[in-house]
Design a protein around this ligand. Sequence first.
Ligand code: ASP
Ligand code: MG
Length: 457
Amino acid sequence: MIVCKFGGTSVQDADAMMRIAKIIEERRGLHPVVVSSAMGKTTNRLLEIARTASRGNQQAALDLLADLEDYHLREARKLAIAVSEDPVAEKINSYFKEMRDLVYGLSALCELTPRVSDAMASYGERLSTAILAQVLENQGIPAQLMDARQCIITDDQFVNANPLPGETEAAVARHLGPVLRDGRVPVFQGFIGSNREGVTTTIGRGGSDHSASLVGAALGAEEIQIWTDVDGIMTTDPRMVPGARRVKEISFNEAAELAYFGAKVLHPATILPAVRKNIPVRVLNSFKPDQEGTLITNETQPCENPVKAIAYKKGITVLHIASTRMLMAHGFLRRIFEIFDHYRVSVDVVSTSEVSVSLTVDETSTLWDLVTELKKIGEVNVEGSQAIVCCVGENLRNIPGVPHRVFSALEDIGIHMISQGASSINITFVIGEDSLTEAVQRLHDSLFRKTDPRIFV
Ligand code: ASP
Ligand code: MG
């Protein structure tokens, strides 16, 4: 069997849902399980409604909710669903009634707890899958709407709950197994689960990939397909470099490194359950279903190009911390990192010399408190508007000449920090945001002038 996960844009309207029906129809023989996100930007809108209500703006929240209801009913009707008193229409109506009750409660109490936030957010996926299952049925595909809350069993960390592996695996197999054996296509909500007491939780924004990966791992899927609105993993951001190529195959490590640096295709931690079980993950474009996308596996294929892709992250601040007092003293780094820990600020790139340390952080609201604290141990220089650029390729550390190629493409661009070797698969450096586009374009020209046809399209 395979898992087919569809993101928000892949289910955003009636046309998108029809594309999915076709994709599933063509894969019937592979015994697909469908995992779906909420339609379009529904999750954002539900959270906005909850916040609006908890500020006491009951009417504004109800108006927003009515818009969301119109959107769902409109798209459902285009699919000939919810036109009369059918069960899906009843389901949609009762979900919106429950949400209105939540709005009344929130606006009376003027308080939004993480638990109620999850209750509200869960309707996005419950609505999209109720519609999607019916679309499949209407297209002659026997489908079964599942309740992910009976399968993804989590701890009590509402909003960012952690799935409990053993219990989740058992529950997924117990609920989905019979449906698959029956020749039906299970339609499963991404993102939502429940704690051991059965209270609804969510597993973090963008969590549907994680759900898909958990389902695939529990059922021993042959492949997990992540259907998105992009062609797959690209050699770099095509908006910045129009000549960017699609990468046909990439390793889990490379994909994780890229994801971390903002290649928004998929989040690395989310596919861990698949990685552990050695299940290939394929990223595909639901708008171009005939393309083969990018395959992510545990193996590294031979490739003539040492670098597979270039990622970047903007909005970075560099902190240079120098202390002659601390010259050669032990415990210097520990003291610095304790301060970062205290302010819960995570550090991306670090480089050190005997008397100084440079670090990058995402621009954050607590930056000035952090800097004030750091000034107690040394002189601190802050450089804003920086960008991290990261070249990723398996085994880069051991291929001679790569740093030379990278940095000679950037000759006249000021490089503020360099990090190489900590991980064998990346070369990372920091430059001013204003030279980012120029730098990435030149690097791409230099590293991908010739591309290995086995790996790039
Ligand atoms: N609908 C959820 C979100 O927007 C989960 C997902 O799309 O993966 O965060
Ligand atoms: Mg999403």
